[in-house]
Design a protein around this ligand. Structure first.
Ligand SMILES: [Zn+2]
Length: 188
């Protein structure tokens, strides 16, 4: 699937989800059996572990559709990057969607300087907020997404994300999920 088609598919799914019109695609026994030997997810979602932001529900997708990397603050360190690279290189995903969300506890903690218990996550969020003063939680969440998208986009040719992007076979985008409306807003 082309990157733009993958993005459209995600956003259409989010439209259904936000308007209470979930189709619950690809959850049949047939689908489950069809993907036993091989998966071919069309998108990678880099999302937060927060219980309110499950990508399959937010984007109304099913089994085998999304390759998901989920960690507090939707940060990308070496372990997360390995997963992303794998999906891009071997599974054919053509879109990497970095998704922050309203009221993210991990980003709030960094803003408040209360990071004693999430040091490693905080160390990955902090550079995104550096030099920015009096940020709201929403602005900080968005800055974190933009920072991660830019980091992924700046990967060089030694990285699958880098060379596939250059060849037009992969796109990296960022979004913000609004908890109350259920809508994902594209921000980058
Ligand atoms: Zn969060």
């Amino acid at each position: 699937m082309a990157p733009d088609a993958a993005l459209q598919k995600l956003m259409e799914g989010n439209g259904r989800s936000a308007s209470d019109q979930l189709l619950h695609p690809n959850l049949t026994v047939e689908r489950r059996e069809a993907i036993v030997a091989k998966q071919n997810p069309f998108a990678v979602i880099v999302g937060c572990s927060d219980s309110r932001v499950p990508p399959e529900i937010i984007f109304d997708q099913g089994l085998g559709d999304l390759f998901i990397v989920r960690v507090a603050g939707n940060v990308v360190g070496p372990v997360e990057l390995d997963s992303i690279e794998y999906a891009a290189k071997y599974l054919g995903a053509s879109l990497i969607f970095v998704m922050g969300h309203q009221n993210c506890g991990a980003v709030s903690a960094v803003l408040k300087g209360q990071t004693a218990e999430i040091e490693d996550v905080a160390n990955l969020i902090a550079p995104a907020l550096e030099g920015k003063k009096n940020l709201s939680v929403e602005a900080a969440v968005k800055a974190n997404v933009v920072y991660i998208v830019n980091s992924l986009k700046s990967l060089g040719d030694q990285s699958a994300v880098g060379y596939l992007s250059k060849a037009g076979k992969l796109k990296v985008v960022g979004g913000y999920y609004d908890l109350s409306s259920g809508k994902v807003l594209l921000i980058k």
